[in-house]
Design a protein. Sequence first.
Length: 248
Amino acid sequence: MEIDFNDKVIIVTGSGRGIGREIAESFTKNGATVIISDYSTESLIEAENLFKTKGYSFKAIPCDVTNREDVQNLIDLTYKEFGKIDVLINNAGITKDNLILRMKDEQWDSVIETNLKGVFLTTRASIKYFLKQRYGKIINISSVVGITGNIGQSNYSASKAGIIGFSKSIARELAIRNITVNIVAPGFIDTPMTSVLPDGVKENFIKKIPLKRMGTPTDIANIVLFIASPLADYITGQVINVDGGMVM
Ligand SMILES: NC(=O)c1ccc[n+]([C@@H]2O[C@H](COP(=O)([O-])OP(=O)(O)OC[C@H]3O[C@@H](n4cnc5c(N)ncnc54)[C@H](O)[C@@H]3O)[C@@H](O)[C@H]2O)c1
């Protein structure tokens, strides 16, 4: 997709690899300056090298979204260096699957901390700048399992459903200030997160997808670009499923 993002400053959390990195790349290809960030030093360095080689306009800032100081640093440094933040994309996420009977406190807590509290922390830290600008767009990456639930993913589904409730609430709070908040709910996407699944599990998932294929990170980046663009200025508080028709 081609949309002009010249002079736009976009933050993408968890953009060292997978969907986040693809989103970041798509924005830079369309003229934006992107802040890539991740808690994995290895992934961030890999992304940084790739972006340098391709000549993209970017800055890499390490950030663990569960760490309040890291988050504050990510947002403040971006604003200090570029004088504005146009779009915040909350993409960082993890899974720690288990059946409810065997779910450990640590598995529950770490998934909620990363996937849900992380979104709260980055959003709260950026709001003062969005208010000052009287403009901003927040795009939160949820999942279709936040809508449907999934066996073995009570922690993950709860975190992703939480993102939807959180986003709709702040969409209502912030609309009057010209700040939009939307949610993208991917289905089954081909990334390092899903590549660890056994082939049999993948085939079963694909059978349930009307379009009969896994999604690609580009499928997700395309909708994010659209929501971040002026074409979507009148859209807020919406969940947009990108899932090959899995949930309808
Ligand atoms: N792949 C899918 O099928 C799928 C489906 C629905 C939703 N999603 C969501 O899309 C997002 C991206 O997923 P992906 O498939 O690219 O996964 P991925 O594991 O390939 O990438 C996630 C990235 O987030 C980073 N990250 C994890 N915890 C972090 C933290 N505390 N602070 C900062 N960075 C952190 C990881 O290091 C990694 O680089 C996630 O929120 C995921 O839940 C993915």
